[in-house]
Structure formats: C-alpha cells, structure tokens
Design a protein around this ligand. Structure first.
Ligand code: CA
Length: 227
C-alpha cells in the first residue's frame, strides 16, 4: 500500500515515514502544501496522512481541492485540538483525525483501518481458501501453518486480497507497492508473483495474460440458491 505523508516538521515526517516503511508501506513525502496537493492529485495513494498547518497551502485547502476529484482516504494530523477544527476537517471530507502528539501504533492502526474500509473490508483478516492473510500483523498462514513472505510479496498479496475478485493491472501493482524514490529495476512484479506462488500454491493468484493478476472471487456456495 502506498501512502503520502504531508508534514512540514522534518523530524516528525522522518519518524512517521520510517514507521510506515517498517510496516511495509511505500511512502511518498511532502513538506509543504503545494507539493502535497500536487502529489496527491498526480499519484495513486491508498491513503494520505495530512498535517493541517503547512507552509503554502493549508491541510484544509488541500483537502477541499482533493475532494473535488478524489476519494482517497485522508487521516488528518494536527496539534489543533479544538472541536471546531476537528469538525471542520471531517466536514471537508477527512476520514479520520489524530491529535498530536500521538502514538505511532495508533496512527498505524487507524491508517490500516481506513485502507481496509475503503476496500469494503472492515475485519483485519481475509480468508482465501485455506490461506488467511492478517493485514494488521502482516502474517500469512496456510492450513494454520505460518508462511514467511518478504515485505514486497506481502504488499502484493495485501493489494490483491483487498481487491479479491477484481483484476489488478501490473501498472496498478507498481503504483501501490513502490514509492517515488524506488527506481530499482530488480523490482519486477512477475518475479514477486512467481515467488508468492512457490510459497502459497500456483493457483492462489491467477494471471490474466496481458491484463494483470487476480485472486479469484470466492466460489458461490452450492446451497446459496442465488442462481
Ligand atoms: Ca505543521
């Protein structure tokens, strides 16, 4: 999952970006409003962490302009803790609000919940046949046994599992698992997919030739009677 962090306090930005990367996110950074809005409108993010008091454009202004075009989940970070500020942020289309100072664990939990909800999945565990993907602990089990995935492999599984039943193009995978500083040519999606299949079985992810990848939707239960 790829996140944009817009925060002008250099040390806080560094700490947040590091925590997110340690938790498997691709992270883009912006230190002032104009750059934040530009990136938010230009790249595809799974969520945006947005400070309110910024040089250039304020967080409110970014949010207002962003919401005319995009529904990307936005978590506001701010030292402004009056009720009026929170209500204004939510009225402009923010999805959640965290007051500084905050615990990184809470930021991570809230961000993860926003991303899950945007994909229509409220629970942190996704079950696919005998495979269980836990998005909070980033653990994968098959038949109850733990399967070790690399951070990149997990990021791909996470994206496809959240979009289960939907074809995900290779471009989309690139957009969601690599950040703006990542230009390494060794990061071939095909290689990661192949390694995931070695670990979780060749049928876990289906290739649609020339189109992309999909984790097939759950088969309809025979007793469902919906047909
Ligand atoms: Ca600030």
């Amino acid at each position: 999952m790829r996140v944009l962090v817009v925060e002008d306090e250099a040390e806080l930005l560094r700490v947040i970006a590091r925590a997110l990367r340690e938790n498997g996110y691709a992270v883009d950074e912006a230190r002032e409003g104009e750059d934040g809005l530009y990136k938010a409108m230009t790249w595809t993010y799974d969520a945006i962490v947005l400070d309110l008091m910024l040089p250039g454009l304020t967080g409110w202004e970014i949010l207002k302009r962003l919401r005319r075009k995009l529904q990307t989940p936005v978590l506001i970070l701010s030292a402004r803790d009056t009720v009026k500020d929170r209500v204004e942020g939510l009225d402009l289309g923010a999805d959640d609000y965290l007051i500084k100072p905050f615990a990184l664990s809470e930021l991570l939990a809230r961000l993860q919940a926003l991303i899950r909800r945007a994909a229509g999945k409220a629970a942190p565990e996704i079950t696919i046949g005998d495979i269980v993907v836990n998005l909070r602990t980033r653990a994968v089990t098959q038949d109850g046994r733990s399967v070790e995935l690399t951070a990149r492999e997990f990021a791909i599984v996470e994206l496809l599992a959240l979009q289960r039943g939907v074809l995900v193009t290779r471009t989309r995978i690139y957009e969601h698992i690599f950040d703006e500083n990542d230009d390494s040519l060794s990061n071939l999606v095909e290689v990661h997919i192949s390694n995931i299949r070695k670990k979780l079985g060749k049928d876990f992810i289906t290739t649609r030739r020339g189109q992309g990848y999909i984790i097939e939707a759950e088969p309809e239960s025979p007793s469902g009677g919906s047909r």
